[in-house]
Ligand binder design. Structure first.
Ligand code: KG4
Ligand code: ZN
Length: 333
């Protein structure tokens, strides 16, 4: 099956072509530069730029895959969760395209796309597996079974892990998105420089807003020394903050793996690109004896290959969408 995937849930306009499980193209047009000056995604600007970019991005995905629209068997598109105006551009385009070419259309939950992004690499995790989804919008610990069975074991009560990276990066004048900048700087810093709080709630729920606030208070309490401390210790602060996030996430994964007897553990979503998190989970896997699965870098961040993959799985299970498919900005797993 040759399937075109389309993803426009936030600020990346993405299209990909998959032939069976093989990714033939994966085009992502990031709008980061457009949103950087505002310190975060501006929904109105995001949808306008999706509108501008969707046709050239799809054309590029077809060209990179060395195929034309005639070669396609189906179209998969993200219909939620995400920004309404952004989702609307991708879904409207996908509907018109599928209708015009008489192709089946399938709607994909963006979070399912992330869950199954590990299936794009080999070996794919056998079901069931325990999956930590860590992105800019979500932090969820999910047990993934066969036939699209998902049970959410825990989630964030406030900020997502990626959101905490982005907000702390803003406090440290590192621009947007903040995760990659903190990751880079933290490599040169001392994670023991400052002891930021590691908060874990009941069961497997998370809370990252306290950690973000403690960085804010730490910087505020430096008073007049702030600029000097930042000049000398920005990397140390990044490393200390990042270590707190990693300890919380890896701690929860280890507890959940032990308590549920999970032998296969995946970490997916934008924050799964974090080098300290990847190293810490590998170490935990060695110590605790579970297998770990992480997407290739190209499939950590929002991308359409994961949407095409999840869409193909749904089509194989007979789940095509009707003409009334609508966006669901608050869709859950
Ligand atoms: O999955 P994603 O591309 O979009 C959402 O679905 O939200 O995740 C984006 C998030 C941003 O918050 C970004 O700062 C974070 O992933 N991120 C990282 C890294 N790369 C991206 N966070 C920590 N370390 C990284 N290397
Ligand atoms: Zn995402």
């Amino acid at each position: 099956m040759t399937i075109l995937g389309i993803e426009t849930s936030c600020d990346d306009t993405a299209a990909a072509v998959l032939v069976d499980a093989d990714v033939r193209s994966n085009v992502i047009s990031s709008q980061h530069d457009i949103h950087a000056e505002f310190g975060g995604v501006v929904p109105e600007l995001a949808s306008r730029n999706h509108q501008r970019l969707i046709v050239p991005v799809v054309q590029q995905a077809l060209r990179d895959a060395d195929c034309t629209a005639d070669d396609l068997d189906a179209v998969a598109v993200t219909y939620g969760p995400g920004l309404p105006g952004s989702l609307m551009v991708g879904l409207t385009f996908a509907k018109a395209f599928a209708r015009g070419r008489n192709l089946p259309l399938v709607g994909v939950n963006h979070l399912e796309g992330h869950l199954y992004s590990v299936d794009l690499s080999s070996p794919a995790p056998p079901r069931p597996y325990l999956c930590l989804v860590v992105s800019g919008g979500h932090t969820e610990l999910v047990r993934v079974g066969p036939n699209f069975e998902h049970s959410v074991l825990g989630a964030t009560r406030d900020d997502a892990a990626g959101e905490a990276f982005d907000k702390v990066a803003q406090l440290l004048d590192l621009g947007y998105p903040g995760g990659p900048a903190i990751d880079r700087l933290a490599k040169m810093g001392d994670p023991a420089f400052h002891d930021f709080p590691r908060s874990r709630l009941d069961e497997y729920d998370f809370s990252f807003s306290g950690l973000k606030t403690s960085v804010l208070y730490y910087l505020r309490d430096l008073g007049e020394e702030k600029e000097d401390v930042l000049k000398d210790h920005r990397a140390d602060i990044c490393a200390s903050f990042q270590q707190a996030v990693v300890d919380v996430l890896v701690g929860a994964v280890r507890d959940a793996a032990r308590e549920t007897g999970a032998e296969h553990v995946a970490i997916v979503g934008g924050v799964s690109a974090n080098s300290a998190l990847r190293a810490a989970i590998e170490e935990a896997a060695d110590e605790d004896g579970f297998e770990v699965y992480m997407p290739e870098m190209a499939y950590c961040m929002d991308n359409a290959a994961m949407i095409a993959r999840a869409g193909a799985m749904h089509l194989q299970a007979g789940h095509a969408a009707g003409a009334t498919l609508d966006i669901q900005p608050r869709l859950r797993l």
